[in-house]
Design a protein around this ligand. Structure first.
Ligand code: SF4
Length: 144
């Protein structure tokens, strides 16, 4: 169960109890919702009825740490991998609104720079890490 003190993974699976965090637009960047929506039974059924919901939406849910296969040496391996390929990014001077920032694993781990790259991260697990990084690299110039 997600509480105000729960550390959240901002790239979670579409499942009941998660939060609908953002929507992937036609340009393949993610727009974060002002008010993330709890995935009730009905909303879960709606979003999981479409093909590959994690390709169209971003969801947040409790960070399960070592219970996730992306967890590496006490850290989230997803954001560390992405940041390792984007070392040229400097800390942004202003951050867009994000309703979960105070609870976000990526922000806790990497700081505000995570928020620069966050809109370009699409959860869909059918993408290989290489495909994901190629996409992020090709878009990262836009957020320097
Ligand atoms: S990385 Fe930043 S913008 Fe993305 S979900 Fe976390 S706090 Fe929000």
């Amino acid at each position: 169960m997600v509480t105000p003190n729960t550390t959240l993974c901002p790239s979670a699976r579409a499942e009941e109890g998660a939060l609908l965090l953002g929507v992937v637009g036609p340009d393949q960047s993610v727009s974060l919702l002002k008010e993330p929506e709890l995935l009730t039974t009905e909303l879960t059924e709606a979003v999981t009825s479409i093909d590959a919901p994690e390709r169209h939406f971003r969801f947040a849910n409790r960070c399960v740490k070592s219970g996730c296969n992306q967890w590496r040496e006490g850290r989230c391996g997803v954001i560390d991998l992405v940041m390792s390929f984007n070392k040229h990014l400097s800390e942004p001077t202003a951050l867009p609104f994000c309703a979960i920032r105070s609870q976000c694993r990526w922000h806790q781990q990497v700081g505000p720079t995570a928020c620069s790259i966050c809109p370009f991260i699409i959860t869909d697990s059918t993408q290989t890490n290489e495909e994901r990084l190629n996409y992020i690299e090709s878009n990262a110039l836009a957020v320097e």
